[in-house]
Write a protein that binds this ligand. Structure first.
Ligand SMILES: *Cc1c(COP(=O)(O)O)cnc(C)c1O
Length: 433
């Protein structure tokens, strides 16, 4: 091991605290130190290279070290890195808000509120939804409806919308009042008593990510919109994962021509370069906040509408046009489906492939179709073994996530699926124990 690597790992183990990480096990392991990226590839501090199979936790869109993104960032740096959005406008934020709004049908999501992360985009939408009801004479409507196994982020409000018990149970009683339903049928069965106190329904459209990449039935989003209209409940879409092309269209809601009342985006917005998020809403919601000063939305963060993030987000949208990203993605989506069907056919441990656009979950189970015991950590073992074959990704339980940058080549996609196949073989024959 190189001297640098040793030093970085030592400092990490002595001082760092990683997200979603049982630290005792982490300290006992040997972390990869990632130092460089290029396209769909990442290099560790020992000079080994890996495909970025989960787009650096679902953020990267056009590949690492993209010349146009680098240029946009350095150009903005020569102007200014950060100025306050509290009391001031800035050029990139103005341009970006107009551009984001323009991605939706005219007269729908006209207003853009910037923040920093997926969680803050959700937090902001929750507060808007609650305050909107206060401003329109229904202050008692402070609750939310969310779906079982949902994931909407980790700040206290966003976490209370979460339905993954091992992450969310500890904090549930400290957040918003949330009614959980399993799907449309359960939603329709809710008595009015349970609905009338709710400000909004929140959903990850088309596919739940953290719930082991589980797609919703086709047409469900449209039905949900209709239900919301019939019950005067706002629709809040969490497109933090699905936004910016992942599902094959720019946003998941465009597949079913649904316009939400609140739309939250983050992860891919800067192409995966810097933290940045946006909550989009309608002119109708916005107008409720006009009038006396005390109607204003008193919410914000220090780095709201950071010019570097906005410059990157604009450049990323330019790349979508210049590189015809979505057009070129369609054959890759089909190829991914073929490759994964091949993987399923060749391995008796591949229980189910769940793909939505360019996002896929590969669920591993025992040959008899039952789940592996949790303590075996099969998913983690397979992902560790995949590293040996030049692929980085993380599982959700025993579902291996394949969500590479949209810019990945077909040959690289083949490499990724081959690595998963080799890793499954290694773990199932005990080579990786
Ligand atoms: C990642 C994610 C979030 C949280 O975003 P952060 O940027 O990690 O705060 C919220 N919702 C969904 C669907 C996500 O995938």
């Amino acid at each position: 091991m190189r001297e640098d690597t040793r030093r970085w790992i030592e400092a990490d183990k002595a001082h760092c605290w990683h997200p979603f990480t049982p630290q005792a096990a982490w300290e006992a392991g040997e972390p990869l130190v990632l130092v460089r990226g290029e396209g769909a590839w990442l290099w560790d501090s020992e000079g080994r290279k890996y495909l970025d199979g989960n787009s650096s936790i679902w953020t990267n869109i056009h590949g690492h070290n993209h010349p146009a993104l680098n240029e946009a960032l350095t150009r903005q740096l020569t102007e200014v890195a950060h100025v306050s959005y509290l009391g001031f406008a800035n050029p990139r934020a103005s341009e970006l808000a107009a551009r984001l709004s323009g991605l939706f049908p005219p007269g729908t999501l006209e207003r853009v509120f910037f923040s920093d992360d997926g969680s803050t985009a959700i937090e902001c939408a929750m507060k808007m939804a609650i305050q909107y009801r206060q401003l329109t004479g229904e202050p008692e409507r402070t609750g939310f409806i969310a779906f079982d196994q949902a994931y909407h982020g980790d700040t206290l409000g966003a976490a209370s919308l979460g339905g993954v018990s091992r992450f969310h149970d500890r904090f549930r009683k400290h957040g918003a009042t949330v009614t959980f339903v399993s799907g449309m049928e359960a939603l329709r069965e809710l008595p009015w008593e349970a609905v009338k106190g709710c400000a909004a329904v929140v959903i990850e459209p088309l596919m739940q990510g953290v719930n082991e990449m589980r797609p919703w039935p086709a047409g469900m989003l449209r039905e949900l919109r209709e239900w919301c209209d019939a019950h005067d409940v706002h629709l809040m879409l969490d497109e933090v994962m699905t936004g910016f092309g992942r599902t094959g269209k720019m946003f998941a809601c465009l597949h079913e021509e649904v316009t939400p009342d609140y739309l939250c985006v983050a992860k891919g917005i800067t192409g995966g370069y810097l933290p940045m998020a946006a909550t989009l809403t309608t002119g109708h919601v916005y107008e409720a906040f006009l009038g006396e000063d005390d109607r204003a939305f008193y919410y914000g963060h220090s780095y709201t509408a950071n010019p570097l993030g906005c410059a990157l987000a604009l450049a990323s949208l330019d790349i979508f046009e210049a590189e015809k990203t979505l057009e070129n993605l369609q054959p890759k989506i089909a190829r991914m489906a073929e490759l994964l069907a091949g993987l399923k056919a060749e391995s008796r441990f591949v229980h189910e492939i769940r793909q939505c656009g360019f996002v896929a979950g590969i669920e591993l189970r025992q040959a008899d179709g039952t789940r592996f015991p949790v303590q075996l950590q099969t998913g983690s073992k397979v992902c560790l073994a995949a590293r040996e074959h030049g692929l980085l990704t993380r599982p959700v339980r025993d579902t291996i996530v394949l969500m590479p940058p949209l810019s990945i080549s077909t040959a690289e996609l083949v490499h990724a699926v081959d690595a998963i196949s080799a890793a499954i073989n290694a773990v199932s024959t005990g080579q990786a124990e």
